[in-house]
Design a protein around this ligand. Sequence first.
Ligand code: ATP
Ligand code: MG
Ligand code: MG
Length: 348
Amino acid sequence: GATIGILGGGQLGRMLSVAASRLGFRTHIYEPGANPPAAHVAHRVTTAAYDDLAALAAFAASVDVITYEFENIPTAALDVLEASHPIRPNRRALAVSQDRIAEKDFLTGLGLTCAPYAAVNSLDDLHQAIARIGTPAILKTTRLGYDGKGQARLKTPADADAALAAMHGAPAVLEGFIDFSHEVSVIAARGLDGSVACYDPGENVHKDGILSTTTIPARLSPSQRTDAILLAARILNALDYVGVMGVELFVTRAGLIVNEIAPRVHNSGHWTQNGCAVDQFEQHIRAVAGWPLGDGSRHADVVMENLIGDDILRVPAIAREKNAALHLYGKAEARPGRKMGHVNRIVK
Ligand code: ATP
Ligand code: MG
Ligand code: MG
């Protein structure tokens, strides 16, 4: 069978490997860190850094198509990889989602609504941005942020100095604080043939900047649900995207606001493992392998709960619950804020 190369060996790479294996593919993981979660299930693992261009070239030569579980892959690495094999989703999807300003420029260019935003590279910039956008606001590093890391909230303009210091000199973007009623996400997929399929939107609750639960179905009116799916499809089509994408949205009285996009399988799509015939991981593998997209319609209501840090101690109790499907990542050490696994509770 063909071999799918996956950049990144975390839990997403692990679950992609399992899905690929189920479809008869082999997987080869590229991961700098030792003993990654995906190593237990992949067929082959290369442990090397992203600046090891020889290792990258050898990895590329051993696979048929390349995909990834995280969006912060350095450009030089991508150049080496792309010289021999297609990278799916494509480079443009990566470029747009690696940088919050490029992302918002792209999304607003499509006619979608984002939070008001302004680039901030100095205290002067920040004061000007506050004058334009106002407070409350959030200052975020433009690159490399996840799980709410690299962010500082400004309640009033007096918080400017502290917020800028929290960026540690990295380029940043100030975003107006959106007074949303709730957060939802669309997990969308696009095949090599251009067909698009979206999962039913889920409603997301974050704790300390980290996704805590996703509840399906989300509280959305029929027209909001249609809007959410259509805007996700517009994003994927505009990027000539192949694979699964997570589109995070704020629900407000004035309509849907796009928070951010992730060019990969997404934590808020984990419910699909127990709510759909074809889950997001299989859907992604199908897309990047050039297969037709599978049936992602929802056959159950699900609440996905992330097991973070010490939540892992609740596993013995959860294992006794009815209608609860556990997915554990095989991480040895439970640090605070570390995603150890999740449970999908089927509620209907
Ligand atoms: P992820 O792990 O999803 O990649 P991230 O670190 O990229 O997270 P964001 O999604 O930008 O961070 O923000 C994390 C959470 O902070 C959001 O889900 C939302 O709850 C809140 N948040 C972010 N930006 C705004 C905003 N402009 N207005 C209101 N709340 C916001
Ligand atoms: Mg993010
Ligand atoms: Mg987010």
